[in-house]
Write a protein that binds this ligand. Structure first.
Ligand code: PLP
Length: 391
């Protein structure tokens, strides 16, 4: 990060960790396809297999059940297919049930036909309605159909933590299988595939300080398998064709290891986030803090101040050297109404103003002070404008 910038948009992408960057540069000096049998190939393979172990450790998984992909999106789309196998025999899903607050890579339903994708509502804090899930799964099971359920662990816009273990218990009770997207949870809260009880989870390198363009699928067991998205060579044990992106995977593994260590410092991240939150509450008492009634990951706060448009605030903050995000995870670069906040029942006036501030392990107290200073000015300008209009 430039010394003059304050980067508070870690949920969009964490800066590449300095120690990972240094090791990557070193690895990039070497040739080698991880499938080749010569020394260079074996060296590349060693990096990939080390990364497989490092990623498995981060989520309490077994390295044998880790499949590398190009990112969190590809990982989710690969898993969200109606075509799986169980013990080598075909296992077909008739329905995909997703929560109403999923990232678009899940919300779009992966490879399920649109008419077979159903959305389970959430409450005002963005937590999935477990009773609705239970009831719908009971109906599906009674009709002789089978469902796959996908509910994320931590929300990218609000940080709300979903009751994934309950989702797994309910879903398994109806013979359904469960996927969870842990992209925003790893490195922020402990993630254990066994404790979550899910059948498969997906994660991404660039949210934990690894390079962009690497992700992983981790299965709980190899009894289950999904139809690969990319078909061709036999890489990744026939789970994902194409030459492995050895450098990105290497960086992912190193970042995963570091992210595991970050967990012991999360109280400091939480304290800084809470300081920002306390400032917003005191400087703008009419502000709405999203998902404030539930446990959130310690690095995220999302809110809206009445009368302050997200676009105006983003630009003003950016011009003063502070990077945050609008509440909407809009990949087109435009600020639009967030489907996540809409699903939570947030009123249109607040939707327009949704801002997300997300911190990371290297966010400093000085960064927090700078944000408070600059955002304080944005709020003061707003008060002045509102005063002029009222006069
Ligand atoms: N899932 C969540 C919750 C995310 O926040 C993101 C990225 O914003 C993704 C999935 C997609 O990951 P990637 O950018 O690696 O495709």
């Amino acid at each position: 990060m430039g010394a003059d910038r304050v980067y508070l948009d870690w949920n969009a992408g964490a800066p590449l960790r300095a120690e990972v960057a240094a090791r990557l540069v070193e690895a990039m000096g070497r040739a080698g396809n991880a499938s080749s049998v010569h020394a260079e190939g074996r060296a590349a393979r060693a990096l990939v297999e080390a990364a497989r172990r490092q990623v498995a450790v981060l989520v309490g998984g077994d390295p044998r059940f880790v499949t590398f992909t190009s990112g969190g999106t590809e990982a989710a789309v690969t898993v969200l297919t109606p075509q799986w196998t169980f013990g080598g025999k075909p296992l077909a899903f008739d329905r995909l049930l997703v929560s109403a607050v999923e990232h678009p890579c899940v919300a779009r339903g992966g490879r399920f036909p649109a008419e077979r994708v159903e959305t389970i509502p959430v409450d005002g804090d963005g937590l999935v309605d477990l009773a609705a899930l239970d009831a719908r799964l009971a109906e599906i099971a009674a009709s002789g159909q089978r469902a796959l359920v996908s509910v994320m662990f931590a929300n990218n816009e609000t940080g709300a933590i979903q009751p994934v273990a309950d989702v797994s218990r309910i879903a398994h009770g109806h013979g359904a299988l469960v996927h969870t997207d842990v992209v925003q949870a790893v490195g922020r809260i402990p993630v254990s595939i066994a404790d979550l009880g899910v059948d498969v989870l997906t994660l991404s390198a660039h949210k934990i300080g690894g390079p962009q363009g690497a992700g992983a699928i981790v299965r709980a067991t190899d009894l289950f398998a999904f139809q690969p998205l990319l078909i061709g060579g036999g890489q990744e044990s026939h789970g994902r064709a194409g030459t492995e992106n050895v450098w990105a995977i290497h960086g992912f593994g190193l970042a995963a290891e570091a992210a595991g260590h970050d967990l012991k410092d999360v109280d400091a991240v939480r304290a800084r986030r809470d300081r920002i939150e306390a400032f917003v509450r005191s400087a703008a008492p009419a502000a709405m803090l999203f998902a404030s009634g539930v446990t959130r990951v310690p690095n995220t706060v999302a809110f809206a101040v009445p009368g302050l448009s997200a676009e105006t605030a983003l630009i003003a903050l950016d011009l003063s050297g502070v990077s945050v995000s609008s509440g909407s995870a809009c990949s087109s670069g435009k600020v639009g109404a967030s489907p996540v906040l809409t699903a939570m029942g947030v009123a249109p006036d607040f939707l327009k103003g949704a801002l997300r501030v997300s911190l990371g392990p290297t966010t400093s107290d000085d960064d927090v002070v700078r944000f408070i200073e600059v955002f304080g000015k944005v709020l003061a300008d707003l008060t002045k404008r509102q005063g002029t209009r009222a006069a």
